[in-house]
Design a protein around this ligand. Structure first.
Ligand code: ADP
Ligand code: MN
Ligand code: MN
Ligand code: MN
Length: 342
């Protein structure tokens, strides 16, 4: 038997963006624990905006397990928050609203800024002091492009995620100085979203020792300057989209996305009006459009999709870096469900 350190991780009740929370429980197991072996646990919901002080217990229900290579016998346990009865989802529990669909695949491209002393890593001190304008930072190399510690953080984060079994598909330096991206792909309606939250957790925890914060805001430098914002492009497909597809179905699907555009924007992350301006490879927030290989559209359709008789995946470019991937996946599947499949 060994004593495992189980880090129960959940989303709190803060609005509009929940915070990640975590606390450790020690338990003995013969080997690395499976999900079914992990017990429910409690926390004080009055400290996380999830309950009143008088009856403050909320319940943590483990939903996904990952190895934590930074700790001896470490386990990362992603949890849903439940009401005290242990079976009713708490109102803050967006994961519980996702339709179960093993044939749904999601790929999230998470962009973010690394921040120190209130500005992006590599920005000189002083509000009006900008580094070289955008152009050479995206996928760049060298001190001038990426500075000194950013790559060390990004590489260490990648290894932690791979150790945890997270299905990273890649990483890259982004368009603004101090801005980076990782991509996570998962089969099943909740898998990629679980992994994005754990990857966010690992990045924030890793950055503690560097004195660096992760700034997830979608337009941290404001909309009036020529610096890109951060998105979380959400690529998605269902079994029907991949195997049957066709132009008529695709057009019906896009009509549904147009119809529900406000409902989508509502869960695509706060302050998105600062980012979806029609500039910097975005469509403006009040319009819905789609286009082949068009990075200025709300939904970008890859060339391969059209060449393959409208089969495959598409990319919703509107979700932002601070969006909750659970709420995003939930809304996308809800809209897809309104479109009849012939
Ligand atoms: P770009 O930056 O050009 O938009 P990326 O390579 O960063 O492209 O991201 C493309 C994303 O599409 C990846 O996250 C990948 O996992 C995802 N993806 C690829 N195939 C599918 C599919 N069939 N269903 C859903 N997502 C997919
Ligand atoms: Mn990308
Ligand atoms: Mn990107
Ligand atoms: Mn993209």
């Amino acid at each position: 038997m060994a004593k495992y350190k189980l880090e129960y991780i959940w989303l709190d009740g803060y609005q509009p963006v929940p915070n990640l929370r975590g606390k450790t429980q020690i338990k003995e197991f013969e080997s690395f624990p499976k999900l079914e072996q992990l017990p429910l646990w409690n926390f004080d919901g009055s400290s996380t905006r999830q309950a009143e002080g008088r009856s403050s217990d909320c319940v943590l229900k483990p939903v996904a397990v990952f190895p934590d290579s930074t700790r001896k016998n470490g386990v990362l346990v992603m949890c849903e928050v439940m009401m005290p009865d242990g079976v009713t989802p708490h109102p803050s529990n967006t994961r519980a609203t996702i339709l179960d669909d093993p044939g749904a695949w999601f790929g999230f491209e998470q962009e973010y800024f690394l921040y120190r002393d209130g500005r992006p890593l590599g920005f000189p001190a002083g509000l009006d002091n900008f580094p070289y304008p955008q152009g050479e930072y995206y996928t760049g190399v060298g001190y001038k492009a990426v500075g000194d510690i950013a790559r060390e953080i990004v590489e260490e984060h990648l290894d932690l995620c791979l150790d945890a079994g997270i299905n990273h598909e890649g990483i890259n330096a982004e368009v603004a100085k101090g801005q980076w991206e990782f991509q996570i792909f998962g089969k099943g309606s909740k898998t990629a979203a679980d992994q994005v939250w754990i990857a966010r957790y690992l990045l924030m925890r890793l950055c503690e020792k560097y004195g660096v914060d992760v700034n997830w805001h979608c337009k941290p430098l404001g909309k009036d300057v020529d610096w890109n914002g951060s998105g979380m492009h959400s690529n998605f497909s269902t079994t029907y989209m991949r195997e049957k597809g066709g132009k008529a179905y695709f057009e019906a699907l896009m009509a549904a996305f147009d119809k529900y555009k406000n409902e989508h924007i509502a869960v695509y992350g706060p302050d998105n009006h600062l980012r979806l301006t029609g500039l910097h490879e975005t469509q403006s927030i009040d319009k819905f459009s789609y286009g082949v290989a068009n990075r200025g559209a709300s939904i970008r359709v890859p060339h391969s999709f059209v060449n393959n008789d409208y089969k495959g995946y598409v990319e919703d470019r509107r979700p932002n870096s601070q969006g909750d991937p659970y709420a995003i996946a939930s809304r996308i599947l809800q809209t897809i469900a309104t479109v009849p499949t012939p």
